[in-house]
Structures are given as C-alpha cells and as structure tokens.
Design a protein around this ligand. Sequence first.
Ligand SMILES: [Zn+2]
Ligand SMILES: [Zn+2]
Ligand SMILES: [Zn+2]
Length: 372
Amino acid sequence: MAPLESSSSQLFFDSTFDVYDCGTLAGTRVVPDPPPLPGTSYGKQRSSRNAKEARCVHDVPEEVRDCWNRLFLEGYQADVRVSTDDGSEILSHSCILGIRSPVLRSMLEEARVEDGFRNILISGVPSEAARVFIRFLYSSRFEQDEMKKYALHLLVLSHVFSVPSLKIVCTDQLERFSLAPDNVVDVLQLARLCDAPRLSLMCTRMITGDFKTISLSEGWKVMRRANPSLEQELLEFLVEVDTRRQERAKRMEEKKVYLQLYEAMEALVHICRDGCRTIGPWDQKLKGSQVVCKFPACKGIELLVRHFSACKMRVPRGCSNCKRMWQLLELHSRMCSTPGTCRVPLCSILRIKCGIGARKKNSNGSYWCVRS
Ligand SMILES: [Zn+2]
Ligand SMILES: [Zn+2]
Ligand SMILES: [Zn+2]
C-alpha cells in the first residue's frame, strides 16, 4: 500500500488543481441528468423527479437508514481516518467510502495504513462540511441547517468525489434557499466548474431576469475582470432572451389583431344575417329577443353599422369610423365563403370593384374569393 502523499490529496482550491480531472480519476465519470429545456413543462417534470427521488428514499426502511447513520456516528469497526485542514479526524469505513465514490476508492487504494487505519485527507473545505459529506455517503441524511450552510462546499465535494446524488441535493438546496442577486454570479461560476447544468441554467435565468441589479453586484465586477468570456456569453444570452421576448410579444399582438378581426367579421355576418338587439336583418323585423349575444364584437359592430348608415361623410376616405366600416366590408368581401347567398351589404359589389371576381372551389367544397 503506497503511503499517503499529502500533496496528492490537496484536492480543493489549489491553483494547479483542475476539478474536471477529478471526476474521471477512476475512469467512471458520472454526469447527472441535464435540466429540462426552458419553456417546457418544467414544474411538472421537476415535481415528478422529486416524487421519484422521495419514493426511492422512502423505499428504504427507516430502521436501515438509522443503522447506516449510527454506523457513521459511532464509528463501529472503522478502518479509515479522514483528516481535514484543521486537524480534525473523521472515523469511517473504507467499504462505504469506496462503494459510494470511485474517487475515494482510488484514494483509499493508495492510502498509507497506520495502526490498522487507512489515512486520507480532504482539504480545502471546513471540517464540518467534510463531516456532512461523509455522513451523506452512509445514509443520504443531513441536517437542513448544515446543508444550507455548506451547500457550496458540498457541491464541490460531490463533483470532486463523483457523488451525483449529493450534487442533485445541493443543486436543489441552492436553488431553493441560497440563490440571490449578490451571489448568483459566483454560484454560476462554481456550477460551471462543478458540471451542474441545472444550477447553471437557474443562475443564468436569474441573471437575465434581473440584469440591472446583478450587473451592479461585486460578483459581476470580479467576474468581468477574471472571466471576460463568461461576461460575453451572458450578454449574448441576454440579447437572445430579449429578442425572443420581443418576437413573442409581436406574435401575441398579431394574434390579438387577427382574433379581433375574426370576431368583427363574424359579428358583421351575424348582424346582417340574424339581426341583433336593435338592428334587424335588412329584410326582416327584429324579433325583440334580449338574450345576451354570443358574438363578443357585436355591440361595437352594431354601433359602427348605425354610424355608417347615418354619417354624412359616408365615403371611403371619409371619417375614421366610416373608413373602418369600409375596411371591414372589403375584408369580408375578400374572405366571404358564401358569396351567392351572403347578406352583408356591398359584398358582391366590392368583390367586383376590387377585382375579386373569380371564384375557386377549395378542397372543403366551399368557395373562396381570389383575385382574378
Ligand atoms: Zn349580436
Ligand atoms: Zn362616418
Ligand atoms: Zn359576403
């Protein structure tokens, strides 16, 4: 068994240390599931994932988990001493550490043995964080306040020692309790180093959602100096999000206009065919029904028709109300699907005037006006 080289186990925050190498030490790098795509049924997927995880945890009887927890707390028949920077030692079991983490297994195989104990060093994190980490390896248990306090350290540990289940827990904790405008840039950088795509996405969304505040934070200023390419990437993402937002707003506006036009067309045909409230069809008297009209644009179109019939300037270039009426009539004549029986005034005349004489039967069997 090779003696423990303290320099080889200086795993954290060492200037020469590349965290991406650690996950592949044992050749079994485990990458957690990527986050859902933005704009999908994110909440649904997340809740089903959480439910699945919760089910997995509850599938293990509480008694068994208690046993594993006690094994850690009591250190019964321990054969490993885990040292930390402040000189603390955590007693544990090589079989547990080795089975939960391929990186720890590799370290244990090379660790020096003294008095029947293998000695390894976890450096760069507070000893309490290392203790929470080792306890998690035994029973997947943790105290909520400890997890909140050391979530960032534990995220690094989960990545360095390749423990994906802990990475998921840390990501969830950081998302729910710790992400804030003043730390989100730092968390983003750490999430990228620790290969935590879901957390990266959450941070990026928060930055783009509150860019004004976050771009003034100390974290952003430090990141600009240290990592200008990340700043560029975030700015490009911001532009992309903004463009998408504008396009969505434009599409919504167009949809709204189309809907209004569609409703106006329907109401016009309805008034001319059935009559409504105060206006009867051109060849019949109104029956006086006061039931609520189902055409939302009816009232407005009714007023427009009343105005049109009385306005002295009733010419295409006349008053604005009359202009709207002419536009509606012309639009109707272009779209009319029943030109032979249509009761909308001027439908046939406008079709001829606008050069929409030809009729074409479409695949549904109805007629559509087309330009000749
Ligand atoms: Zn009506
Ligand atoms: Zn008018
Ligand atoms: Zn018509």
